[in-house]
Design a protein around this ligand. Structure first.
Ligand code: ASP
Ligand code: MG
Length: 405
């Protein structure tokens, strides 16, 4: 007999009717002989509604009280789902995060799970009950309610699966899987039957709309097979798991892109030890996260240094860099906040040369100028002008044969 953890997101439990549909599905799965743990989110819109209520009372509500408030959304759905199962003569019991002893650190609103007391749930499973757990929440060591960050129910589900050594963790949502790229940009984008944890993490910009990225990190660490499926239609979704070394991997699994990029350049800085840290130190001190970094080979005794940041940090980054330029005696500072990053992702890349050159020639054929390049073992990223995003992604999707058969 298998143990399956299923997680249903906000839209999947958004109305009483939807909860009934979930209950029917759980009953079917039970009849097939599986043990079940169900993790649910709050009904869609509920968490935002609660955030709104707090905002009407306080501009800076205490983090502790925010967590007490936001955790109530999930408590509603666990109880309703449990009742729906009982109505179907399917024994079930609901639990808040605190009740199953999901212990977290004490960082309110983005707490991390430290431990789960699996024995509590085990007893109910052994007694033949479906266990329903409120997503997104836990308690710290003092018993204060904590929440795991928006979208955190995914992480609850994976953590429950890891703690109980479940056979699979299934995330039911409003899309039917992970796609080769965003279908809004490339209508021919194809659902991937399977993808590795590594690839999924590299495709964060695509994947984060489907799953909380932290849940993928968690699944990878504890080797929990994770499946994304639609709760609205039948299908096998996308399985996220370890790389199958026996199988030949596709070269490219997908194309991720990020619109919210900006780049900053400091020109004519003295080429000497310590310069990179004197530039990036103040940027880090200003709490600005850096993505790509490129330093030119020095032609004379000076060099140019370029890095990318989130577009929201552009203005602030320019201010910091102007200051650094003065201190270092650099020639000038320039920036561009109309750039995007496009990445090819695939574990198959590891064993194949020539992917980069094909990527670059494909972009060249469309007259798209590449502004920056960075690579890792399973990813090649380029920075291009914002206006070329759609064109570039479409051309690459076609060049690498990612479309539907
Ligand atoms: N209800 C929470 C949110 O809306 C957690 C979740 O849905 O995963 O972010
Ligand atoms: Mg979600």
């Amino acid at each position: 007999m298998a143990l399956i953890v299923q997680k249903f997101g906000g839209t999947s439990v958004g109305t009483v009717e939807r909860i009934q549909v979930v209950a029917d599905r759980v009953v079917r799965e039970r009849k097939a002989g599986n043990d079940m743990i169900i993790v649910v989110s709050a009904m869609s819109g509920e968490t935002n509604r609660l955030v709104g209520l707090a905002g009407e009372i306080s501009q800076r509500p205490a983090a502790r009280e925010m967590d007490v408030l936001l955790s109530t959304g999930e408590q509603v759905t666990i109880a309703l789902l449990s009742m729906a199962l009982e109505e179907r003569d399917c024994p079930a019991r609901s639990f808040t995060g605190g009740q199953v002893r999901i212990t977290t650190d004490n960082v309110h609103s983005k707490a991390r799970i430290k431990n789960i007391d699996a024995s509590r749930v085990r007893d109910d499973l052994d007694a033949g009950r479906v266990v329903i757990v409120a997503g997104f929440q836990g308690v710290d060591e003092q018993g204060n309610i904590t929440t795991l960050g928006r979208g955190g129910s995914d992480t609850t589900a994976v953590a429950m699966a890891a703690a109980l050594n479940a056979d699979e963790c299934q995330i039911y949502t409003d899309v039917d899987g992970v796609y080769t790229t965003d279908p809004r940009v490339v209508p021919e984008a194809r659902r991937l039957p399977q993808i590795t944890y590594e690839e999924m993490l590299e495709m964060a910009s695509l994947g984060s709309k489907v799953l909380q990225i932290r849940s993928v990190e968690f699944a990878s660490k504890y080797n929990v097979p994770l499946r994304v499926l639609s709760s609205f239609e039948e299908g096998s979704g996308t399985l996220i798991s370890v790389e199958d070394k026996k199988m030949e991997q596709p070269l490219i699994s997908g194309i991720a892109f990020n619109r919210d990029e900006a780049k900053l350049t400091i020109l004519g800085v003295p080429d000497e030890p310590g310069v990179a840290s004197r530039i990036l130190g103040p940027v880090a001190d200003a709490n600005i996260e850096i993505d790509m970094i490129v330093q030119n080979v020095a032609a004379d005794s000076t060099t140019d240094f370029t890095f990318t940041v989130h577009r929201n940090d552009f203005e602030r980054g320019m201010e910091v860099l102007e200051q650094v330029a003065k201190e270092l005696g650099a020639r000038e500072v320039s920036g561009d906040d109309k750039i995007v990053k496009v990445s090819l992702v695939g574990v198959g890349m590891r064993s194949h040369a020539g992917i980069a050159s094909k990527m670059f020639s494909t972009l060249a054929e469309e007259s798209i100028n590449i502004r920056m390049i960075s690579t890792s073992e399973i990813k090649i990223s380029v920075v291009v002008d914002e206006k070329y995003l759609e064109l570039g992604v479409r051309a690459l999707h076609q060049a690498f044969d990612l479309e539907q058969e």
